[in-house]
Design a protein around this ligand. Structure first.
Ligand code: ZN
Length: 472
């Protein structure tokens, strides 16, 4: 980097740091003043309502449920400013003051402040839920912002929970927002979820889905569960009014290959937005008893065709190992249960499941490949990513045959290899170094005895060889 640009960058970073520190200080002062106001004699909520950071802010176990509803006076009436704020709710004959009161007395835990959690938390805050818990262990990243609309550019690098909670407080300072800056784990799930009336699963991985379902069964809490991937989404309400739990429907986890994630398959930003809004709606219906929640039914959303279908699910299974009559699954079992090994997949989408199917002799590092290419050794670089990945970025020159088509394209590969010169090496590359191993395995079976894969794929290439290579 040339010095003037480097100097400018440092100046911007210094300015950013200064502004963030000022904002932190202002936030702190605002929270202090707010808590003083609420604790004063005119406050409706007593000392229990406050800034709400961390577990203790919930006021100990059960505190979220036992508070006087936010905004309502002790005699159960709504003051004028609250009538004005929620007037469009109050005008709904089916919702009215009673719906608003129930909502303001309810506590909802949102697990995941990502694509689903963004509109979900914003709506729950805006609508006046009494206590809103938000849990997420991740930080805001730039590639989150196209779908995680609760976060702003200024929060990149900061915790998602803080970003989401600040956004919710900005919309509605009369509700209580509790921050949990960690991921849900068997060791903490029961303690946190116990404090809430309703749990909403806004995560995106299989082990967490099983864990949240088991946790809600043990605590007898309704679970509003949503998922969005690619151009499709779905949602349902588990373990409420006789509806099944996740294990009733899926007693055994699907094979690892069937589990796709946003970081692998992509997702159109608005799709989790649609599902997250519907999750907020279901949570509000469960909290207020208004309408008919999606119990024993699953809503399926197809963005491309703009079709929504609702399919009937079977009811809770009497034989279910977890919610069935004869279940022996205890809180202790839950805390010891290894959800990652049960589902064979990681809880964090940072840790991609990695395969290891090749002998060391069939693999090279990206630095070794760089040297081979720089030395002008005859070789063919085969990129086995899907064509739309290849279009995002590629190493030049390389030859693209997606893994799914490799077998049928072997004759063409053979011809290209001949063109590259007698005795050319065949080096295989993919995004993260998993598919390249599978490809080399196949190639070796089919007679390409010298095929080798590049360890860690383009991700390692960007890290170890070419820092300018785009990350996606
Ligand atoms: Zn069950």
């Amino acid at each position: 980097m040339d010095p003037p640009l480097g100097g400018r960058r440092e100046a911007i970073e210094r300015e950013l740091k200064k502004l963030r520190a000022e904002r932190e200080e202002l936030d702190g002062r605002i929270r202090l003043l707010e808590s003083q106001l609420e604790a004063g004699p005119a406050g409706f909520n007593g000392a229990a309502a406050g800034k709400g950071v961390g577990d203790d802010a919930c006021g100990g176990s059960g505190a979220c449920q036992s508070r006087v509803g936010n905004g309502f006076a002790p005699d159960g009436s709504l003051p004028a400013d609250m009538i004005y704020r929620y007037s469009r709710h109050l005008l709904l004959p089916d919702f009215g003051v009673e719906g608003q009161r129930k909502l303001s007395q309810s506590s909802i835990l949102v697990v995941g402040a990502g694509g689903l959690g963004s509109p979900l938390a914003l709506y729950l805050a805006a609508c006046g839920v009494g206590c809103l818990g938000i849990m997420d262990g991740d930080d805001v990243e730039l590639n989150n912002l196209h779908r995680q609309i609760i976060h702003k550019e200024a929060y990149v690098g900061q915790s998602k929970v803080k970003s989401a909670a600040d956004a919710c407080r900005e919309i509605n300072s009369s509700i209580k927002v509790v921050e949990y800056h960690h991921t849900l784990k068997p060791c903490n799930a029961l303690e946190v979820a116990r404090k809430y009336d309703i749990v909403v699963d806004a995560t995106d991985n299989l082990p967490t889905r099983y864990m949240i379902s088991d946790c809600c069964v043990l605590l007898n809490k309704p679970l509003v569960s949503g998922a969005a991937l690619g151009l499709e989404g779905q949602l349902t309400v588990y373990h409420h009014n006789g509806s099944p739990c996740y294990r009733c429907l899926f007693p055994t986890p699907p094979p690892v290959a069937a589990c796709q994630r946003c970081s692998d398959s992509g997702v159109l930003g608005v799709v989790p937005g649609v599902i997250g809004c519907l999750q907020a709606l279901e949570a509000i219906k469960v909290a207020t008893g208004v309408g008919e929640p999606l119990c024993g039914r699953m809503l399926l959303f197809d963005a491309l065709s703009a079709r929504i279908r609702v399919v009937k699910l079977r009811g809770s299974s009497p034989d279910c190992t977890h919610c069935g009559e004869n279940s022996v699954f205890t809180e202790e079992d839950f805390q010891k249960f290894d959800y990652e090994s049960f589902t064979q997949s990681p809880m964090s989408d940072k840790a991609a499941p990695s395969v290891n199917v090749l002998p060391e002799s069939a693999r090279i590092t990206c630095r070794e490949y760089k040297k081979l290419a720089d030395d002008g050794e005859p070789h063919l670089l085969l990129d086995v990513r899907p064509a739309h990945h290849f279009q995002i970025a590629s190493i030049s020159p390389s030859h693209n045959i997606p893994l799914s088509m490799l077998e049928e394209k072997l004759p063409a590969l053979e011809a290209s290899l001949k063109e590259a010169g007698e005795g050319s090496a065949l080096v295989v590359l993919c995004r993260r170094g998993n598919d390249s191993q599978r490809a080399v395995q196949l190639l070796r079976e089919k007679g390409f005895a010298n095929a080798k894969d590049i360890i860690g794929g383009l991700q390692a290439w960007g890290r170890d060889v070419d820092p300018d290579f785009p990350v996606y």
